[in-house]
Design a protein. Structure first.
Length: 130
């Protein structure tokens, strides 16, 4: 099963006047180590709209933290996402600049010693008319 098709590829841009997305899956490490997964790259000029998470299996063990950042291990986009099983919609942090001035990577991370858990994350973005 392909779980991460957007790693290592340039930012995708389908055009204007439509919502686009990048997404992926992240799973906690059984040993409790931090896990970081690149979801994809947002193209320059885009505005991040929201992030949707579906925690399929609760992220547990230690004091788990599920976050989104612009770098591996970062929390610049959203530092506090739900770790309980279920569905959540979060907005990007108010300090995140937009429209983006350059292609920007988006990373999901699990830290805090989590030893179990499985989540799917989708980040929505749009490109306004330039």
């Amino acid at each position: 099963m392909a779980t991460s098709l957007n790693r290592g590829v340039p930012a995708r841009d389908a055009g204007y006047q439509m919502v686009q997305y990048i997404g992926g899956r992240i799973q906690a490490a059984a040993g409790g180590g931090a896990v970081n997964v690149k979801l994809g790259t947002l193209p320059a000029g885009s505005i991040m709209l929201a992030a949707y998470s579906k925690v399929a299996t609760a992220i547990t063990g230690g004091t788990p933290v599920l976050a989104l950042g612009t770098a591996s291990g970062g929390t610049q986009i959203q530092g506090t996402m739900a770790e309980a099983a279920g569905f959540e919609v979060v907005l990007p942090a108010g300090t995140l600049a937009g429209p983006l001035t350059a292609d920007t990577d988006v990373w999901a991370g699990i830290s805090g010693g989590a030893t179990a858990g499985d989540a799917y994350i989708v980040v929505l973005f749009a490109k306004p008319i330039a």
